[in-house]
Design a protein around this ligand. Structure first.
Ligand SMILES: NC(=O)c1ccc[n+]([C@@H]2O[C@H](COP(=O)([O-])OP(=O)(O)OC[C@H]3O[C@@H](n4cnc5c(N)ncnc54)[C@H](OP(=O)(O)O)[C@@H]3O)[C@@H](O)[C@H]2O)c1
Length: 265
C-alpha cells in the first residue's frame, strides 16, 4: 500500500524487540518478484546494527543481507546505522551480551563501506558529545543521523551539528510517539491546541503541520502508519508545492517556541 502512494524507503533494524527485518525483507522481495515497474534500484533499504553486535558488525550486516534477500557477492545495502552507542540494560536483547564499543564498530562499518557492502553510514540515538567524538575519530564521517525529534523535543544542537557538517538528519517519532512512554504516558503533540489552530488555519491535520514543519527545517521524516487514509495524507509530503504552500513565518516561529515546553512533574 505504501508503494502505491509513492513511498520507497524501508526503515528497518536488526532489533527484534521493535522491528521485523525478515518480514519486511520478505514483503519487499515479493513486490520485486511480482512487479515489472518497481526494481531494486527504486527502493532504499535501511537497517540498524543491534547494540549487542557492536563487537561483530560484519555478522550483523551479513544477517541484514539475508533478511533483505541481498546477495553478499554482488549487492549492497543502502544505509546502515549503529542503532545505539551502547548495549544498555533497558534493551531486552542486551541482557547477558558482551559489551562492544561504538568506536570500533564504526571502524568496522567504514570497512564494509570501503568494500562496497554499504552505500551510506549513520548513527542513531547518539548524544551531542558522542556525535562530536564520532566526528573527531571517523575517517568516514556519518552521512545520516536518526534521532528523536518532535515539536517538544527538537534536538536542535544535534540537528545543527549534523546539518552544518553536510549530513542528513532523520527524525523519528516526529508525531510525538516517544512521549507515550514513562514518565508522561501521553502524546502531547497530536492534542496540542496551538498545532490544532495552525492545522485548521491551513485546512490540514496536526500530523501534516508537524511533518511539514520539520521538512521546512531540512529534517527528513519517516512517519509510520498502518491506516490507509493517513498513508494517503502523508504522501502529500512528496509534493514540494504542498510542503512549501502551508505554514507561514509566524506558524514556524510558534512551533519553534514549543521546543522544551513539556512539564513532566
Ligand atoms: N532509531 C530509533 O531508535 C527509532 C525509534 C523509534 C522509531 N523509529 C522509526 O521511526 C518511525 C516512526 O516513528 P514512530 O513509529 O515512533 O512514530 P511516529 O511516526 O511519530 O508516529 C506514528 C503514529 O502516528 C500516526 N500517524 C501517522 N501518520 C498520521 C497522520 N497523517 N494523521 C494522524 N496520525 C498519523 C500513526 O497512526 P496510524 O497507524 O493510525 O496512522 C502512528 O500511531 C518508525 O517506523 C521507526 O522506523 C526509530
Amino acid at each position: 500500500m505504501h508503494f502505491n502512494h509513492g513511498f520507497r524507503a524501508f526503515d528497518g533494524a536488526q532489533a527484534k524487540e521493535w522491528y521485523d527485518d525478515v518480514a519486511a525483507g520478505n514483503a519487499l522481495n515479493d513486490i520485486l518478484q511480482n512487479s515489472i515497474s518497481i526494481k531494486r534500484e527504486d527502493v532504499f533499504i535501511v537497517s540498524k546494527v543491534h547494540p549487542a553486535y557492536l563487537n561483530r558488525v560484519e555478522t550483523a550486516v551479513r544477517e541484514m543481507f539475508t533478511s533483505w534477500h541481498l546477495n553478499w557477492a554482488k549487492d549492497a545495502i543502502d544505509l546502515v546505522y549503529l542503532h545505539y552507542p551502547e548495549c544498555g540494560d533497558w534493551i531486552p536483547d542486551c541482557h547477558g551480551q558482551p559489551r562492544g564499543d561504538w568506536k570500533s564498530a564504526w571502524k568496522d562499518l567504514e570497512n564494509l563501506y570501503h568494500d562496497g557492502k554499504i552505500r551510506a553510514l549513520g548513527v542513531s540515538n547518539f548524544n551531542l558529545n558522542q556525535l562530536q567524538e564520532l566526528w573527531s575519530v571517523a575517517s568516514i564521517p556519518p552521512h545520516v543521523v536518526q534521532i528523536w525529534i518532535d515539536p517538544f523535543h527538537q534536538a536542535k544542537p544535534e540537528g545543527s551539528l549534523f546539518l552544518g557538517n553536510g549530513g542528513v538528519v532523520v527524525s523519528y517519532s516526529s508525531l510525538g510517539t516517544q512521549w507515550l512512554r514513562p514518565p508522561l504516558y501521553k502524546n502531547p503533540v497530536m492534542s496540542n491546541p496551538l498545532l490544532k489552530t495552525i492545522a485548521a488555519k491551513h485546512q490540514t491535520s496536526v500530523a501534516l503541520v508537524v511533518l511539514v514543519y520539520f521538512l521546512r527545517q531540512h529534517i527528513a521524516v519517516i512517519p509510520r502508519s498502518t491506516f490507509i487514509e493517513h498513508i494517503k495524507a502523508n504522501s502529500q509530503l512528496l509534493n514540494p508545492n504542498f510542503v512549501n504552500s502551508i505554514l507561514d513565518a509566524s506558524d514556524i516561529a510558534a512551533i519553534d517556541a514549543l521546543d522544551g515546553q513539556i512539564e513532566l512533574a
